[in-house]
Ligand binder design. Structure first.
Ligand code: FES
Length: 110
């Protein structure tokens, strides 16, 4: 994912508050995102709302680099936000971990 001049990084939380291989819903400004701790300092962030029928993706099952929606099991790539072997996409956000804190980038130009 590319960042632009209008992209700003925001501290979301501390890493220890995200259980490994699970998602957690985060509200920040007007954003409702799902942040996933994939282990070994790897985090991903996508919009929390499933493109199928608005299932809460933060409550989904993590498998590899994907999450399965808890309602009807749509498989979504956590890097791109794209549905796997199906139509649909959610927005994905850049994530950085620094000093045991999780930062997510949002585009201020939107
Ligand atoms: S609401 Fe997510 S798969 Fe149906």
């Amino acid at each position: 994912m590319n960042t632009t001049e209008q992209t700003k990084w925001y501290l979301i939380s501390e890493t220890h508050l995200f259980p490994e291989r699970e998602g957690k819903r985060v509200h920040f400004k007007d954003y409702d995102i799902a942040v996933f701790n994939l282990g070994n300092g790897r985090f991903r962030a996508i919009d929390n709302t499933c493109p199928h029928k608005q299932g809460p993706l933060a409550d989904g099952i993590v498998a590899g680099e994907n999450v399965f929606c808890p309602l009807h099991a749509l498989k979504i790539d956590l890097g791109s936000g794209c549905a796997v072997e199906a139509n649909g996409k959610v927005r994905s956000y850049p994530v950085q971990v620094y000093n045991a804190k999780v930062y997510v980038a949002f585009d201020e130009g939107e």
